[in-house]
Every structure is written in structure tokens, then in C-alpha cells.
Design a protein around this ligand. Sequence first.
Ligand code: SF4
Length: 421
Amino acid sequence: MYLRLARRFLTETDKRLLMKAAWTLGVRGLWSVHQHKRRLKRGEFFPPFLYMSVINSCNLRCQGCWVDVGAKQSRIEVDAANQTIAEAKAMGNSFFGILGGEPFMHKDLMKIFEANRDVYFQVFTNGHFITDEVAAQLREYGNVTPLISVEGTEFISDTRRGRLDVLNHTMEGLKAALRNKLLVGVCTSVCKSNIDDLVNEAWVDRLIEMGVMYCWYHIYRPVGPEPNPQLALSSDEQRRVRQFVVDTRATKPIIVIDAYHDDAGNALCPAATGFTHHIGPWGDIEPCPVIQLATESIHDKKPLKETFNESGFLKDFREITAQNTRGCVIMERPDLLVELAEKHSARDTTARGEVIAELQNVTPRRSQFQPGDEIPERSLVYRWAKKYAFNDFGSYSRHFDTANYRDPDQAMASQEAGNQQ
Ligand code: SF4
């Protein structure tokens, strides 16, 4: 499999873009993780990977979306984005995830990429605004990989994303990105309505055939103003996705990303481990994109280095989450987030101002943490990469206490038993 993957990279890509990714994302990405480890040893903290939602607006209306896509537009402007990137670069960071809303609706997005050619950007996009012109410009910059979301067949895509003809527009953007030799990824938020259509070999083979170089299977999180909990996966379905990811990595010539398991298959939360944190469209510094609570902002007149190092809210988030679960705290223990917000007087960072009520309405359910059913990596390359660069950095060994863990599946089972009596 490795030879087939290497042949794809050598024969299907623009070598300049490949070298840029290998150096900026690969080598310098590992260096930023190394710097992170050294900081932790010194008792300091700065996340090696930052995610920035540069705009709230979007042309789609997806089920389970937590962003105020219909609210008055707010953008992280070029100067503020460049300042944030510069301060993170000074800490050794070289990779940034760009989210929205729909990032390509930001009128100056290309200026941010152009102004920061020495770092690498992964853009989470629905692909609708990627034309040949945009893709050619991205190719010229060479420092951007579009991660294009596909959420199902034509019918399911329209239902999931609240508009018509969604998949066709996405595929047009995907083809334009591939025609212009960009390093392209495809992601899916796996839920009940698309797991059969997209978590299978036929779909992965089609992605390879099209020239897609990597894919990412997220787990649907029933959050936000319209959480649609009926779409959330059961524990069996989550294990099925995990097994598929592990098998595909060992058998298919395509890279498969995940952010929720270490080399041994132990679950983790990349925010609780301090691997990443998120900056919202209004500049708020949040634990992760779906936890819309903050006490700091990039607009505070304070160096980011100090902000991350001194944030009691973020430190408490990491420790309290790691003390109680290796999974997703917003799915499993939203009550802890309500307590945390009260303790730190954290502000609701949304335009709708409903976050606490939404958290109080979440029915706890299992997430990537499936105690006793860990599925280790089969591929030696992924095992090594995770062992060195993607694990819990000691946070769960320091904090996690099984006595604190409340299994949502057990809670649901006893509740159902109670209802039947
Ligand atoms: S809290 Fe949940 S959604 Fe946020 S980073 Fe952790 S696992 Fe992901």
C-alpha cells in the first residue's frame, strides 16, 4: 500500500506544492509539536495547532451546525488574522485550520494566504466557491489544502445541508481544485443518514480515482440551535467507523486523517490535550469550534503567548475534561461545561446567545471514547506518527480517573429500563 501511495504522490501532484506541504506541514509541523512538548515540560502552554473561523456567514444551512450562519456577518479581518498567525509562528507553529461558516465567503481570504506563504493552511469548505480562478490562485500560493465536505448522496446532501443541488456544486468545486493540482482532501461528518453511502470501500476508491489525496471521517455531534440528535451515531456505528478508518489506512493508497485516537486506539479530545484551540469569528478564544464559550479574545490588547499561558478558563477546561472522560465533553458531559462557564464567568460567544440553554438540553451520549473497545492502528506508519506527534501528551495519565467517568450508554439504558417499569 505504501508504494501505491508514494506513486500517487510522485505521479499525480504538483511537485512544488508537494514539497511545500512536506516541509511546512510535515517537517515544521513536527517541530511545532516538539516545541509544544518542551513548553509543557517547562510548565508553559501554547497550542501547536490553531483553528480560526474567519467568518460566520455560509450559503448552506446544515443540520447540527453550531455557527450563527444567518446572523450579521462577522469576519476576522486580514490584519487581525496576520497578527494572530505571526504570534503563533513565533511560538513555532506552521499550520492553521481555517473554518467558518464558509471561509471562501470571506472577501479577503486570499490576502491572508498570500501574506503568510511561509505557513500552511487547511481550509474546511463546502467547495461551492472554488472556481478554476480561485484554485489557480491557490496553486500559485502553494500553501493551502482545501478539505471539502461531502455529506451524502444528492438527496441526503440537500437534506443535510438545507439547500438544493448541494452535491453538484460541491463536486464542481472539488473538480476545479483537482484540475489545478491542489492537494485536496474530502471530509464527512458521519451520521445515520450517510454512514452506509460514505463509509465504504467504493466511496474511498472513487475519491482515489478522482485524485483526492486524503480523507477525514468526523463523527456527527448533535450540537447547536438545531442539533438533530436522531442523526447521531450509536456506539456500534462509531466502532464501525473507527474500524473502517484503521483498515483503510492499511489497505488503500490514500491518507486517512483522524483527530480522536492515539496509536493504541485510545480515545482523546484534541482540545482537552491542548493540541488545538479555536478562534471564533468574533475573535473569541474557545476550547474548540463547538464549545462556544470564552474569557479571552485575540482582540484583547495582550500577547497571545501570555493569553494561552495564563488562561485559567482554558487550563480548567483541559484538566476538568481530562479528569472525567477521554471522549467529547460536549456530547458526554455538557453539564461540566455549564459549571465551567459559571466558575469563570465565561461569555457565550454566539450571536444567538443560547449556548448554556443548548448545553442544558443535550442528552449525554457516547462519543469516540468506547472503553474496552479500543482499536489500535494496523499501519506501522500511522502507529509511529501518532506515537510521536499525536497522542495525549500525558494529559489523561495525569488527570483521567475512571471513578469520575459516567458512561452515557449505561445512563441511557437504566433510563429506558426505568421508563418501561
Ligand atoms: S470537545 Fe468534542 S468536539 Fe471539541 S475538540 Fe473535543 S472531542 Fe472535538
